[in-house]
Design a protein around this ligand. Structure first.
Ligand SMILES: NC(=O)c1ccc[n+]([C@@H]2O[C@H](COP(=O)([O-])OP(=O)(O)OC[C@H]3O[C@@H](n4cnc5c(N)ncnc54)[C@H](O)[C@@H]3O)[C@@H](O)[C@H]2O)c1
Length: 332
């Protein structure tokens, strides 16, 4: 199938592009490189540098290639930044996503998989969280994701679009060639590994007084390869599952201290910590129930144990200590 991957120069999108290619699909990546990297895009994908806000660029792409499905990863995805710049988040994650939808309608492309987020649950009342849990985001980023889920509901009904929303929990891990390189990096595992490589002096634990077994937050880490496989499964079965939302998590929670201990064991580095106060808006426990995803999609996460995730991220980080940085040499 000819698949358009928006945001395919970013972390999850580039890995999905890689996995789609291994499944025999032809991949077209559309990315404005605002935070992604040209080098992250697989060589056999066709790359278009462009912004979702640019209607003509989208029209050119759809007119030139018989795109049959879209996987929509492009977005701004930093919670803290979304609190400071909400309108930029609504413009990019909602208005620009509508541009994409409208272009799909103009060019009669009927299949879409959307990257949603656990952020739509806000402060969940239970763990693990099933999809029918109340959606109550507590930051603009979560609001933008939920808003677009609702827009898809309406547009699906009006246009016959087949779509699925995949709500990822904490994406983590790497393939051999692709890993996580966000700037600024706000995600826990890459920060731990930056300390192990001597790129940061210590690891801040934000909050040690949560009502959890060791006082630190509990999160559900899911390997980016398993996320990519969920996309492949969702696309294969889209006609049957259209309109559904799916949690993409491992069904298991790990505390920040457990992630720290795993990183210490995998890297052999002591990884010094500083204990800091809680960050506003960090729920104590965020763990997915992935029962529906397993039952309905037949998804079986293979690489989402914490050890496998950290080992794969560490292997990538050692191979590319400066990530995709153009300015610095990657290690041989
Ligand atoms: N990483 C996670 O843990 C996580 C968790 C839940 C949901 N998500 C969602 O998954 C998606 C991918 O996340 P990620 O971590 O890979 O993000 P990322 O920032 O690494 O990638 C996003 C990509 O989109 C591109 N982009 C942004 N706005 C664009 C625009 N207007 N036009 C064209 N390209 C644009 C960026 O240049 C970047 O390459 C996002 O939608 C995010 O909200 C991620």
């Amino acid at each position: 199938m000819n698949i358009l991957v928006t945001g395919g120069a970013g972390y999850v999108g580039s890995v999905c592009a890689e996995i789609l290619i291994t499944h025999g699909h032809a991949v077209f990546v559309f990315d404005n490189l605002s935070v992604g990297y040209r080098r992250a895009v697989p060589q056999s994908a066709v790359f278009f540098e462009g912004d979702l806000a640019d209607r003509q660029a989208l029209d050119r792409l759809f007119a030139a290639h018989q795109i049959e499905a879209v996987m929509h990863f492009a977005a701004f995805a930093l919670v803290e930044e979304s609190v400071r710049k909400p309108s930029a988040y609504y413009v990019n994650n909602v208005a620009n996503s509508i541009q994409l939808l409208d272009a799909m309608v103009r060019h009669r492309v009927k299949k879409l998989i959307f990257s949603s987020s656990a952020a739509i649950y806000g402060e969940p009342k239970i763990a693990p969280i099933p999809e029918e849990h109340q959606a109550a985001p507590i930051n603009p980023y979560g609001h933008t994701k939920l808003t677009f889920e609702r827009i898809l509901e309406d547009c699906g009904a009006a246009t016959g679009l087949q779509y699925a929303c995949l709500r990822y929990f904490n994406a983590a891990g790497a393939t051999r060639e692709r890993g996580e390189d966000h700037r600024p990096e706000t995600h826990l595992i890459p920060i731990l590994l930056q300390v192990a490589l001597g790129q940061r002096p210590n690891f801040p634990i934000n909050g040690t007084d949560y009502p959890t077994h060791d006082g630190t937050c509990i999160r559900d880490f899911v390997h980016v390869f398993d996320i990519a496989e969920a996309h492949v499964l969702a696309l294969d079965q889209l006609e049957r599952i259209s309109g559904h939302v799916f949690n993409i998590g491992s069904n298991r929670g790990h505390s920040v201290r457990e992630a720290l201990e795993t990183a210490r064991r995998v890297t052999g580095h002591p990884i010094p910590v500083v204990e800091a106060s809680r960050r506003p808006g960090d729920p104590a426990i965020l763990v997915a129930s992935s029962q529906k995803t397993e039952r309905v999609l037949g998804w079986r996460p293979q690489f989402s144990s914490l050890s496998t995730i950290v080992e794969s991220a560490w292997a990538w980080k050692q191979k590319f200590p400066f990530g995709y940085g153009e300015d610095r040499q990657a290690a041989p």
